[in-house]
Design a protein around this ligand. Sequence first.
Ligand SMILES: [Zn+2]
Length: 133
Amino acid sequence: MTSTTRSRCAACKYLRRRCSSDCIFSPYFPSDNPQRFSCVHRIYGASNVGKMLQKLPVHLRAEAANSLYFEAHSRQEDPVYGCVGIITNLHEEIHDVENELAKIQAHLGIHRHSNNPEDGETSQSDHGPQQQQ
Ligand SMILES: [Zn+2]
C-alpha cells in the first residue's frame, strides 16, 4: 500500500498510527519491546508521556523514559505503593542494618573496655603536664 515501510516504534504500533521521523517516542520505546510502552501507557497515558518527554532537554529524555517505565512497572506490581513500596523497604533495610551496626559497635566498646589493662578512666589526650623542653 505505502512506499515507506519504516518500522514503527512500540508507541505508534500500539496506537496504530504512522511513526514520523521526529516521533517523540521512537528513540525510547523501540518496537522490539512493546511491553515497555504498554506498561507506561497504562499508568500515565501516551499523551502525557509524550508531553513530559517533549518538555525535557533531549539529553535527559532517555533517563526520564527509563524512570517512567520503572515507576509504571512498580505501580503494576504494587498498585497501592508502587515504587514508594520499594523505597520504603530499602529504608527499613537501612534502618535495620544501622541498628545492627550500633549494637555491634556497642559490643566492641564493651570488649575493648574489659580487655584494657588500665582502668579506662582518663581520656587518651589527657597526659598531664606538657613535657616540652
Ligand atoms: Zn513512533
